[in-house]
Design a protein around this ligand. Structure first.
Ligand SMILES: Cc1cc2nc3c(=O)[nH]c(=O)nc-3n(C[C@H](O)[C@H](O)[C@H](O)COP(=O)(O)O)c2cc1C
Length: 376
C-alpha cells in the first residue's frame, strides 16, 4: 500500500511502525524503566491541562516558524536523540537528517548513532544538534565534541540522566537486550554506551560513571567548543539552576521518555517549576509523550521553547525511511497549524500561558468522587 494511503493521520503511525519492526527491536524502542509508571505518566499528564479555544479572533493564517538557540526552525517541535536508528531502517540517521533538513525541523543526533556523525553532517544542511554522552575518558569526550563542531552541528546536548542504565523489564522480557547494539555504532568502536550494568562484590553495587561527572564538566566542555551547551534530562528546579550557573545555554526537561528512573515525575508536571527557576536566562525545551499538535501547544504554553519527540520520529523512520519522516513532519505541522487557528493564535510567540488552564482529570485521585460518574 502506498505510504500516504496507510499513514493518513498521526494516530496511524504507531501501529504501522510496529508491523514493520522485529519484536525485540520494538521492545527496545517502546520500553521504559522497570514497570513503566513514568512512561505512562508522561502521556497521562496531558489530561491535567486543557487548551482554551478562542472565538472570532480574526486569525486567517498561522506562522509556525520559531528559533531554537537562535537557529531558525520551521516549527516549535524537534526530533529528539534516538540511538541506533539503523535498527529501524537501513538508512537510519541519514534518512532522518535529510527529511528534517528538508522540512526545516531541528533534529538531535545521538552519540550512539548507527552512522558516523560526519556522514549525518554531510547531508544537506539543516538545524541539527549533537547529543553527547560522557565517555570514560575526557579525551574521547572532547574528540566527539570537536568532531560534531567540524561536522556543522549547532549545539552540544549533554544528556545527564544516564549515569547508569535503568532496569527495563519490557526490554529484558521482549528480548531487546539480545540485540547486538554496539555492532551498529557509527561513531567508532571506542564510543561507550553510558551506564554499564553495576558490578556486585557481595556487599556493594559499584557503578562506573566517568570520573569527571559533576557540574564542572560544563565549564570543562566549554573550553573545547564554541557551540552552546544544552543539558538534557533535568527534572528539578535545583538542577536547572545548577545547569544555568555552570554555563548551560539551554535545558531539556526530560525523563528520557520514561526509560530511566521509574516513578520519576512526568515532564509536563515539572516543566512549570523549571521555567520559573531559570527566569528567562536560558531556553527551556521539553520531551516525553508528545505526539500531537495540541500537545506541542501545551508544552509551549507552559513555557517550553519547543517540544521534542523521540519514539514518533523512529516510528516514522520504520514506516517509510526518509519519506516516512517527511510525511510525519507534514502531518504534525498541519495539525499544529489547525490547533493554533482554533486557539486563535497566529504565531508561535503568541502561544502564551493564557492558552491553557489546569483541569482535573477523572483519573486523578483528587477528583471529587461525586463527579466521577460524569467525568470526562
Ligand atoms: C529507543 C530510544 C533511544 C533513545 N536514545 C537516546 C540517546 O541515545 N540519547 C538521549 O539523550 N536520549 C535518547 N532517548 C530519549 C529521547 O531523546 C527522548 O528524551 C524521549 O524519547 C522522549 O520521549 P518520547 O519517546 O515519549 O517522545 C532515546 C529514546 C528512545 C525511545
Amino acid at each position: 500500500m502506498p505510504l500516504d494511503a496507510e499513514f493518513r493521520t498521526l494516530g496511524d503511525l504507531e501501529s504501522i511502525a510496529e508491523r514493520a519492526t522485529p519484536p525485540p527491536v520494538w521492545a527496545y524502542v517502546q520500553g521504559g524503566g522497570e514497570e513503566e509508571r513514568t512512561l505512562r505518566r508522561n502521556r497521562r499528564a496531558f489530561a491535567h491541562w486543557a487548551l482554551q479555544p478562542r472565538m472570532l479572533t480574526g486569525v486567517r493564517s498561522v506562522d509556525l516558524r520559531s528559533t531554537m538557540l537562535g537557529e531558525p526552525v520551521s516549527a516549535p517541535f524537534y526530533g529528539s536523540a534516538v540511538a541506533y536508528q539503523a535498527l529501524l531502517h537501513p538508512h537510519g540517521e541519514v534518512a532522518t537528517a535529510r527529511a528534517c533538513a528538508a522540512g526545516g525541523v531541528l533534529a538531535m543526533f545521538s552519540t550512539l548513532s548507527s552512522f558516523p556523525l560526519e556522514e549525518i553532517g554531510a547531508t544537506p544542511a539543516g538545524p541539527r544538534w549533537f547529543q553527547l554522552y560522557l565517555q570514560p575518558s575526557f579525551d574521547d569526550t572532547r574528540q566527539l565534541v570537536e568532531r560534531a563542531e567540524r561536522a556543522r552541528f549547532k549545539a552540544i546536548v549533554l544528556t545527564v540522566d544516564v549515569p547508569i542504565l535503568a532496569v527495563r523489564d519490557r526490554q529484558v522480557q521482549g528480548g531487546g537486550v539480545a540485540i547486538d547494539l554496539p555492532q551498529s555504532l557509527g561513531n567508532g568502536p571506542h564510543v561507550m554506551t553510558p551506564g554499564r550494568a553495576p558490578t556486585f562484590d557481595g556487599k556493594l553495587y559499584r557503578f562506573e560513571p566517568p570520573a569527571d561527572a559533576d557540574w564542572s564538566i560544563l565549564e570543562r566542555l566549554a573550553h573545547h567548543t564554541s557551540l552552546p551547551l544544552v543539558v538534557k534530562g533535568i527534572l528539578t528546579a535545583e538542577d536547572a539552576r545548577q545547569a544555568v550557573e555552570h554555563g548551560a545555554r539551554g535545558i531539556v526537561v526530560s525523563n528520557h521518555g520514561g526509560r530511566q528512573l521509574d516513578l520519576a515525575a512526568a515532564t509536563l508536571d515539572v516543566l512549570g517549576e523549571v521555567v520559573e527557576a531559570v527566569r528567562g536566562r536560558v531556553e527551556v525545551f521539553v520531551d516525553g509523550g508528545f505526539r500531537r499538535g495540541t500537545e506541542v501547544l501545551v508544552g509551549r504554553a507552559l513555557g517550553a521553547r519547543a517540544g521534542g519527540l523521540g519514539r514518533p520520529l523512529v516510528w516514522a523512520l520504520a514506516a517509510g525511511g526518509e519519506a516516512g519522516v517527511a510525511r510525519w513532519l507534514d502531518l504534525l505541522k498541519t495539525e499544529l497549524a489547525m490547533d493554533m487557528a482554533l486557539i486563535g493564535r497566529a504565531s508561535v510567540a503568541a502561544v502564551d500561558g493564557g492558552a491553557v488552564r489546569r483541569v482535573l482529570s477523572s483519573r486523578d485521585p483528587e477528583y471529587p468522587a461525586e463527579r466521577r460518574s460524569q467525568g470526562p
